[in-house]
Design a protein around this ligand. Structure first.
Ligand SMILES: NC(=O)C1=CN([C@@H]2O[C@H](COP(=O)(O)OP(=O)(O)OC[C@H]3O[C@@H](n4cnc5c(N)ncnc54)[C@H](OP(=O)(O)O)[C@@H]3O)[C@@H](O)[C@H]2O)C=CC1
Ligand SMILES: CC(=O)N[C@@H](CCC(=O)OP(=O)(O)O)C(=O)O
Length: 345
């Protein structure tokens, strides 16, 4: 059995990793870390895990984590992983990092939207873990920069069409709605019940830190600089993310052309589902799963395509994709641990 540790296990993304990994057939969870809950049983922090997870959290110690693991997930705030991941890798561990610290090829972009980078050499070797696009590079990677939730939901429908030249790359607008768990477990006024319940608002309009992440990947895949306008919204639900992306067509394309392009690209890929004609993705249909559901409409009057995608921000947008990356890195079945049947409602 491969031994697995989760650093930052008590946050929402970390806890979701614990949920998925505790049901994984090929790995054993050996260590969970947290500062606030050191020595506290994980099932006391998350009572739903009683009888499922019997580990107590530990304060982070690199020696202990290295002794007890073969692969480590870091589910920590940005900036913390770049301080600890280099030592883990030096000591032979594979790492899947859920923060933005290892997502950017161009470190200057990271630095202009986040902070100075303290592990530039390692960052050069890291692979962007968008599994359906970078499978071959992920197989051999020592460090994965697990994609952001908004980028995952927006890149999956766009990339196949971009690569086939269907889109006018100057016209892309993406509009996303996220559940509040996307903001993490730390207390904040923004995520306060009275501030979000019965509320629906945009935030960081055209200046969210995920825009440069999306643009870097889109530009790489299109072979030309792509700039987008991205507007995130917060909606009063716990988990789920719905993204609507609008782009002008660069050439005439029918609904059949768009469907064939998406279907070809994702043929045989277990976690991307194309919706039937005239039906649209719904966050309810992917709740708790690693699926990304994609629907689209060709707006013929305006020569535009409208793409709609739904993911669970904590699963395909974070922990599920991280486990999918681990499976690919370890040569396991890509779906191992991720095949739970969706809730019908
Ligand atoms: N929530 C989501 O939907 C998504 C999250 N992510 C990414 O996953 C990572 C974790 O996010 P999320 O779970 O939401 O965040 P949370 O705030 O819920 O959890 C953060 C975790 O890190 C620990 N932690 C916090 N500060 C530090 C620190 N300075 N040093 C060491 N440990 C620390 C916390 O435990 P303790 O304080 O006890 O140490 C906790 O376990 C982030 O990088 C986030 O961007 C990515 C995609 C989606
Ligand atoms: C609803 C909400 O607040 N969402 C977070 C993004 C989710 C996330 O954790 O993204 P990273 O992995 O890049 O940090 C935000 O807008 O900051």
């Amino acid at each position: 059995m491969t031994r697995v540790g989760v650093v930052g296990a008590t946050g929402y993304a970390g806890a979701e990793l614990v949920r998925i990994l505790s049901g994984h057939p090929d790995v054993e969870l050996t260590i969970l870390t947290s500062r606030q809950y050191a020595e506290v049983p994980f099932a006391k922090v998350y009572p739903s895990m009683a009888g499922v997870v019997d580990l107590a959290c530990k304060a982070y110690s690199p020696d202990q984590v290295c002794d007890m693991t073969d692969i480590v997930f870091t589910a920590l705030p940005h900036k913390v992983p770049m301080e600890i991941v280099p030592e883990l890798v030096r000591r032979g561990k594979k790492v899947v990092d859920l923060s933005a610290d290892f997502r950017f090829s161009d470190v200057s972009k990271y630095e202009s939207f986040y902070q100075p980078h303290a592990a530039k050499d390692l960052n050069e070797k890291a692979v962007y873990g968008l599994c359906e696009v970078y499978f071959d590079q992920i197989k051999d990677a020592a460090v994965i920069g697990n994609p952001g939730c908004y980028p995952t939901s927006m890149l999956l429908p766009l990339i196949p069409l971009l690569k086939k030249g269907f889109l006018d790359t100057r016209t892309i607008i993406a509009d996303s709605k996220s559940g509040v768990s996307g903001a993490g477990r730390s207390l904040s006024l923004t995520a306060h019940f009275c501030e979000v319940h019965e509320s629906f608002k945009a935030y960081k309009v055209a200046e969210h830190r995920h825009s440069p992440e999306m643009e870097e990947v889109l530009s790489r895949e299109a072979g030309t600089q792509v700039n987008i306008t991205f507007v995130p919204h917060l909606v009063p639900m716990i988990r789920g993310m719905l993204t609507t992306t609008y782009a002008s067509l660069a050439r005439k394309a029918s609904a059949e052309d768009i469907r064939n392009c998406l279907a070809d690209f994702y043929s045989g890929r277990p976690f991307v589902r194309l919706c039937a004609d005239n039906s649209v993705p719904d966050t309810l249909h992917v709740r708790g799963t690693n699926y990304c559901d994609i629907g689209f409409k060709v707006d013929e009057r305006n020569n535009r395509v409208v793409l709609i995608s739904a993911i669970d921000n904590l699963v395909k947008g974070a922990a599920g994709q991280a486990v999918q990356n681990m499976n690919i890195m370890l040569g396991l079945n890509e779906t191992a641990g991720l095949t739970g049947v969706p809730f019908p409602i």
